[in-house]
Design a protein. Structure first.
Lengths: 258, 290
C-alpha cells in the first residue's frame, strides 16, 4: 500500500547558520489513505510548518517526505491536495461560485463542468443559494465553508487544513466540525488538520499526533477509537472525555520534557 | 468625504427610502430616488452656491479691482461671450492632455507588469524611477519643445506623459505586488503558473490602485499640458490664451478660460470614475450595505 503521507527523519531548519532556528526534528509518520489526522501542540511546535512541508509550500532541510508515494512537489503539480488556511483567502473580485471555480479554471475544466461542480460543492457546504454573492457579503463561517468547497472542488486525494476554524466563534466552530466530518465521510479524502483545540482534535480525528516545541517534534500519537458516526452526542460520550484527557496529558508531558 | 461616511450615509438613506417604497405604489417611487440624490449632493451644492455668492458679495462690498479678482458675474459674462473661442482652445489643450495621458499610462502599465513579473527588472528600475520622480518634471518642458519642435503637439504630450507616468507606475506596481501572501500560496497549491497568478490575482488586486492613480493623473495631465503651453507654442491653447488675455488686462477672459480648464478636468475625472465602476463592479458593491 502507498501511504498518503510518509515522513522519515524529516527536519526543518529556518535561517542561516548564525541564527538558525530548528523548527522540526526527526519527524517520522505514515498516514493511510482516508485517515483524518490532527496535528496538535502549543504555538511554535512546528505543526503548521509540518503541514506546509507536506503541501510543498516549504521544503524540508533533512529527511525523506513523500505524498502518495511521490515528492511533495510532484504531488502539488499533480494537484493531489486542496488547502484551507485560517483565513478563508477568497478573492474579493470573484463571486462565491467563481471562487469555487478558481482551481477548476486553472486545471482547464470546461465552463459547464466548472459550473456543475461548483454548484455541487456549494450544495455540499449548504451555500447553494449564495453562489452569486461576493465574499464580503458572507459571515466568517460561511466564507470558510466556501474555502472548503473550493479546496474540494477538484476532488483532491489530500485535504490540508491549517487551523481552519481558529477565527470562528465556538458555536460556529462546532457546526463546522460537524460539516467537515460529513464531507469527509462523503468524499473519503485523507485529511491533515492543524489545530490547538484539544476537543476539536478528538472530535474530528481518527488519529491525533501530539507535538512539542523547541525543536518541534512528535511526542505522542493517540488513536481515536470513537465510533465512526459522530454527532452532538459524541461530545457527551464518556470515551470522548477520556480521550480529551489523554491528549491533554500527552500535551503536558511534552511541555515537561522540554 | 471618506468612504466610511459614504457607507453610513447610504445605509441610512436606503432604509429611509425602503420605508417609503414599501408603502407606496410602484409608480410613485421616483420621489424617494430624488430625495436620496438630493440628500447626497445637497451639501455640495449649498457649499458651491455659498462660495459664489460670498465671492460676488465681497468683491462688490470691498470694490475689489477686476484685475485682482473679477466678480463671478463678470467671469460668467465673459464665459458666455467668448464661449466659441475658449471651448475650441480648451479642446486643443484637452487633446494634448489626453494624448499624453494615454501615452504615459500605457508606458506606466507596461513598466508595472514587467516590474511585477521580473524581480531583476524591479530591483534595477524602481529605485531609478523613484529618483526620477523627485525631479520637478515641468522643468523638462523647454527641452521637450527643443526635441519635438515648439509647434508639435508631441512636445506637450511628452511633458504630460512623463508627469502622468510616475504616479500611475508606482501605484500600479504596488497593487500588483501587495498581494495577500496566502493568495499566492493558494495559487501555488493548485500549481498555477506565474501568468495565471498575474491574470487572476495580481491584476485584479492592482485595479483599485490603478484607478486611484488614474484619477490623480487626470488633474496632473491638465496641469502639465497648461504649464508646457506657457513655455511657448501654438496660440490656440489654454495656456497661451490665458497668458495673452492677462497681458491685455482682460482678466475676466482669463478666468473664463480657467473655468473651462476646470470643467474639462472634472469631466475627465468623471469619465475615469465611470470606467472604474465598469471594470470593478465588486469594488463599488463593497460600498453598498445590505
Amino acid at each position: 500500500m502507498t501511504w498518503a503521507v510518509e515522513a522519515k527523519g524529516v527536519g526543518k531548519v529556518f535561517g542561516g547558520e548564525a541564527e538558525a532556528v530548528e523548527a522540526l526534528r526527526d519527524i517520522d509518520l505514515a498516514f493511510s489513505p482516508g485517515d483524518f489526522v490532527s496535528l496538535i501542540g502549543p504555538s511554535g511546535c512546528g505543526k503548521s510548518t509540518l503541514l506546509r512541508l507536506i503541501g510543498d509550500l516549504s521544503a524540508p532541510t533533512s529527511g525523506d517526505l513523500t505524498v502518495n508515494g511521490k515528492s511533495p512537489e510532484q504531488a502539488r503539480l499533480d494537484r493531489d491536495y486542496g488547502i484551507v488556511f485560517q483565513s478563508a483567502t477568497l478573492l474579493d473580485w470573484r463571486t462565491v461560485k467563481k471562487n469555487v471555480e478558481l482551481p477548476l479554471e486553472i486545471m482547464g475544466f470546461d465552463t459547464a463542468e466548472r459550473s456543475s461542480r461548483a454548484n455541487e460543492m456549494l450544495e455540499l457546504v449548504q451555500l447553494g443559494e449564495f453562489g452569486d454573492h461576493y465574499p464580503w457579503q458572507l459571515s466568517g463561517g460561511m466564507q470558510q465553508r466556501v474555502a472548503i468547497a473550493r479546496a474540494l472542488a477538484f476532488k483532491p486525494s489530500l485535504l490540508l487544513m491549517d487551523e481552519p476554524f481558529g477565527a470562528l466563534d465556538e458555536m460556529t466552530r462546532e457546526l463546522m466540525q460537524q460539516e467537515v466530518l460529513q464531507l469527509w465521510a462523503e468524499i473519503g479524502t485523507t485529511v491533515v488538520f492543524v489545530t490547538h483545540s484539544i476537543p476539536e482534535a478528538v472530535f474530528l480525528s481518527t488519529r491525533v499526533l501530539v507535538m512539542s516545541p523547541r525543536p518541534g517534534r512528535i511526542t505522542d500519537e493517540i488513536s481515536i477509537d470513537l465510533s465512526a458516526k459522530r454527532d452532538e452526542e459524541t461530545r457527551e460520550d464518556v470515551r470522548y472525555y477520556e480521550l480529551v484527557t489523554e491528549v491533554r496529558e500527552a500535551l503536558r508531558r511534552g511541555e515537561w520534557n522540554d | 468625504m471618506t468612504d466610511r461616511d459614504d457607507v453610513i450615509r447610504e445605509t441610512h438613506e436606503t432604509s429611509v427610502a425602503a420605508a417609503f417604497e414599501g408603502d407606496l405604489p410602484i409608480g410613485t417611487r421616483k420621489p424617494s430616488a430624488i430625495r436620496r440624490l438630493s440628500g447626497r449632493y445637497l451639501p455640495a451644492v449649498v457649499a458651491f452656491v455659498t462660495v459664489i455668492l460670498l465671492w460676488e458679495g465681497l468683491t462688490r462690498a470691498f470694490e475689489v479691482k477686476t484685475f485682482i479678482l473679477p466678480k463671478p458675474s463678470e467671469i460668467m459674462a465673459s464665459f458666455v461671450e467668448t464661449s466659441s473661442t475658449i471651448w475650441g482652445v480648451g479642446l486643443n489643450t484637452f487633446i494634448e492632455a489626453a494624448g499624453g495621458f494615454v501615452i504615459g499610462v500605457t508606458l506606466a502599465v507596461a513598466t508595472s507588469l514587467a516590474a511585477a513579473r521580473w524581480v531583476g527588472f524591479r530591483e534595477g528600475m524602481l529605485p531609478l524611477a523613484i529618483a526620477l520622480n523627485a525631479t520637478p518634471i515641468a522643468a523638462l518642458a523647454p527641452i521637450f519643445n527643443n526635441w519635438f519642435g515648439l509647434t508639435n503637439p508631441f512636445s506637450k504630450m511628452g511633458v504630460v506623459a512623463v508627469v502622468v507616468y510616475f504616479p500611475v507606475m508606482i501605484n500600479t506596481t504596488r497593487g500588483l505586488l501587495e498581494v495577500d501572501p496566502a493568495e499566492i500560496e493558494l495559487m501555488r497549491s493548485i500549481a498555477a503558473t506565474e501568468t495565471e497568478l498575474m491574470r487572476r490575482v495580481r491584476i485584479p488586486n492592482a485595479l483599485p490602485y490603478f484607478f486611484a492613480s488614474l484619477k490623480v493623473a487626470t488633474a496632473l495631465s491638465l496641469i502639465a499640458a497648461i504649464i508646457a503651453e506657457y513655455f511657448g507654442g501654438p496660440q490656440d491653447v489654454l495656456g497661451q490664451y490665458i497668458v495673452n488675455r492677462a497681458q491685455l488686462f482682460q482678466f475676466p477672459d482669463a478666468w473664463a478660460a480657467i473655468l473651462v480648464a476646470s470643467i474639462i478636468g472634472v469631466t475627465f475625472y468623471v469619465v475615469i470614475l465611470v470606467f472604474e465602476r465598469i471594470f470593478m463592479p465588486w469594488h463599488v458593491s463593497l460600498r453598498k450595505v445590505e
